[in-house]
Design a binder for this molecule. Structure first.
Ligand code: ADP
Ligand code: MG
Length: 140
């Protein structure tokens, strides 16, 4: 059993496809064990994406991530981090395999519908960034 952090980004929330994306999680065997909708502040978005602060796209990424509400969830399951990354698809939707979330719901590399943790360490940090341990409701 592993936990990972998922964010449905402002473009996908605007498209009204939260439910369709949740269905992908559930169909792949992942469980939603915590969730909240937030409109991130600039400081929150900058801190969350701190690892990318030297990248040329950082300012645009932050601006996009605060352009509207996001839906944030903790997903649980066997091999959840990789399973989630697999169903998300590649960062650039042009490279994303057919049937992945980004292939079906993202328009561009800038507005690519979803975020997912990429390792056990980032999953732990990212979950802690948004949720208290008591927010996570594990069950069988
Ligand atoms: P992923 O979200 O697949 O883990 P990264 O961690 O590399 O991808 O990048 C974080 C986010 O930054 C991406 O999801 C995307 O929104 C944005 N991004 C990454 N690379 C680029 C790029 N070359 N141009 C514009 N935005 C980018
Ligand atoms: Mg990443």
């Amino acid at each position: 059993m592993q936990l990972t952090l998922s964010i449905i980004k402002p473009d996908a929330v605007r498209k009204n496809v939260i439910g369709q994306i949740y269905q992908r999680f559930e169909q792949s065997g992942l469980r939603i064990v915590a969730a909240k909708m937030l409109h991130l502040s600039q400081a929150q978005a900058e801190a969350f994406y701190g690892v990318h602060k030297e990248r040329p796209f950082f300012n645009d990424l932050v601006k996009f991530m605060i352009s509207g509400p996001v839906m944030i969830q903790v997903l649980a399951g066997t091999d959840a981090i990789k399973k989630h990354r697999d169903i998300m698809g590649a960062t650039n939707p042009k490279d994303a395999a057919p049937g992945t979330i980004r292939a079906d719901f993202a328009n561009s590399i800038d507005e690519n519908a979803v975020h997912g943790s990429d390792s056990e360490e980032t999953a732990r940090q990212e979950i802690e960034f948004f949720f208290k341990p008591t927010d996570i409701l594990l069950r069988d």
